[in-house]
Ligand binder design. Structure first.
Ligand SMILES: C[S@@+](CC[C@H](N)C(=O)[O-])C[C@H]1O[C@@H](n2cnc3c(N)ncnc32)[C@H](O)[C@@H]1O
Length: 182
């Protein structure tokens, strides 16, 4: 990933625009130029905190319409699963960059997030960089799959009613399951 790290360190070079989405998702991010597959878009910038701190913050701010967290889930030193009081995440609610406007799309999003390892003593921290998963046309909205389980209400990242419009939408599937049970 050394080569990818150099591209990320150069910063944003794509022409990006924040715009109001038509589909009830709030602000979104789009590219103003055609982007080939594998192009670097931007890094996700936010406050570094533990999953527990994020969960407590979300509990205090229950009225917020949009939330801006990303779980890093990184532990480069072991195979084990980190506890929520150790695992780190990024919260772009108060401090962030354009990545905070990238909306979620289930399964067939046009961006992928690539964790970039950072040498820290506890190995829990990484940078998260977004690259195009396919060719993206100018003015297409940029999206990534937040990995939300719409049935898991205890997850530190609060779920929302998904308007991604994908035929693979997990929220729509989950709603259909709930309806067929009732
Ligand atoms: C990282 S922010 C994205 C920017 C946000 N749309 C805004 O206006 O600031 C994540 C929030 O956007 C909204 N959002 C993102 N993707 C969505 C989707 N597929 N359907 C509905 N709302 C979405 C949710 O409110 C979510 O908490």
């Amino acid at each position: 990933m050394a080569c990818g790290n150099r591209i990320v360190q150069r910063g944003i070079t794509a022409r990006l625009q924040v715009f109001m989405t038509p589909g009830g998702k709030g602000w979104g991010l789009r590219t103003l130029e055609d982007m080939p597959k594998g192009a670097f878009i931007c890094e996700y910038v936010g406050e570094v905190m533990t999953n527990t701190e994020l969960y407590e913050r979300n509990m205090r701010n229950t009225g917020e319409k949009h939330t801006y967290p990303v779980l890093l889930d990184a532990d480069w030193s072991s195979e084990g699963v980190l506890k929520d009081e150790e695992a780190l995440c990024l919260d772009a609610t108060s401090y962030g960059n354009v990545a905070r406007f990238i909306n979620h799309r289930c399964s067939d999003a046009n961006l992928v997030e690539i964790p970039m390892e950072v040498e820290t003593p506890d190995h829990h921290y990484c940078h998260l960089a977004f690259f195009t998963a396919r060719k993206v046309n100018a003015f297409e909205e940029l999206t990534w799959d937040y990995g939300i389980d719409f049935d898991d209400h205890s997850h530190p990242v609060k779920a929302f009613k998904c308007h991604c419009g994908s035929e693979f939408c997990r929220d729509q599937k989950s709603m259909r399951r709930r309806k067929s049970r009732s």
